[in-house]
Ligand binder design. Structure first.
Ligand code: ITT
Length: 192
């Protein structure tokens, strides 16, 4: 099954390919679709659907979108749906991690709990399929690890004794919010 990935995030695209082995995933670039979808929703579900619908309309083949983010308990769920835009346009992944650490500098260890959330939506002529995955961890005091992207260097998983940036791609995909959501998505597609 050929699906267009409704994302401009190259790391998500790579993880889609690593996890969804039974599908032919093509990028927006490969499909010649150069549109930016405005994420006007206030939930992962809304934004995920907005992206998938817009790309399906433009491409005419099934489109799969991922809206995801990091929800930190001590920050009342921030950065949440605004994870990619935390601190404004001028920051890169590293700048956003530093801002997060600064905003949490007075938060004690036992209150540094957080989760990654991912909502996958596929829109096709057959309708809409959604799947959600979550992954629990704590926010470390300093970045560690070179793999992954975004907030991975500070997202520490006690069970594994490492941050998601210290995990290999296979290790991360087996436990991550995206890995879980895409597995549920696959099961739903198989069940059709
Ligand atoms: P698209 O909308 O084009 O898919 P985006 O990066 O803007 O790309 P989102 O709006 O869903 O996507 O924002 C997701 C952000 O959440 C992402 O940029 C990271 O900062 C963070 N994030 C999501 N999944 C992550 C992961 O697996 N590891 C680390 N950070 C992650």
């Amino acid at each position: 099954m050929k699906i267009i990935a409704a994302t401009k995030n190259k790391n998500k695209l790579r993880e889609f390919g690593e996890i969804l082995k039974g599908f032919e995933i093509i990028s927006q670039e490969e499909a010649g679709i150069d549109i930016d979808v405005e994420e006007t929703g206030t939930t992962f579900e809304e934004n995920s659907r907005l992206k998938a619908e817009a790309i399906f309309k433009a491409a005419g083949i099934p489109a799969i979108a991922d809206d995801s983010g990091l929800c930190v308990d001590a920050l009342d769920g921030a950065p949440g749906v605004y994870s990619a835009r935390y601190g404004g346009e001028g920051l890169d992944d590293e700048g956003r991690v530093q801002l997060l650490l600064k905003n949490m500098e007075n938060v004690p260890d036992e209150k540094r709990t957080a989760r990654f959330v991912c909502v996958i939506t596929m829109v096709s002529s057959g309708g809409v399929i959604t799947a959600k995955g979550e992954c629990e961890g704590v926010i470390n005091h300093a970045p560690k690890g070179e793999n992954g992207f975004g907030y991975d260097p500070v997202f520490y998983m006690k069970e594994y004794g490492k941050t998601t940036a210290e995990m290999s791609p296979d290790e991360k995909n087996a436990v991550s919010h995206r890995g879980k959501a895409l597995k549920i998505f696959e099961e739903k597609v198989k069940g059709l």
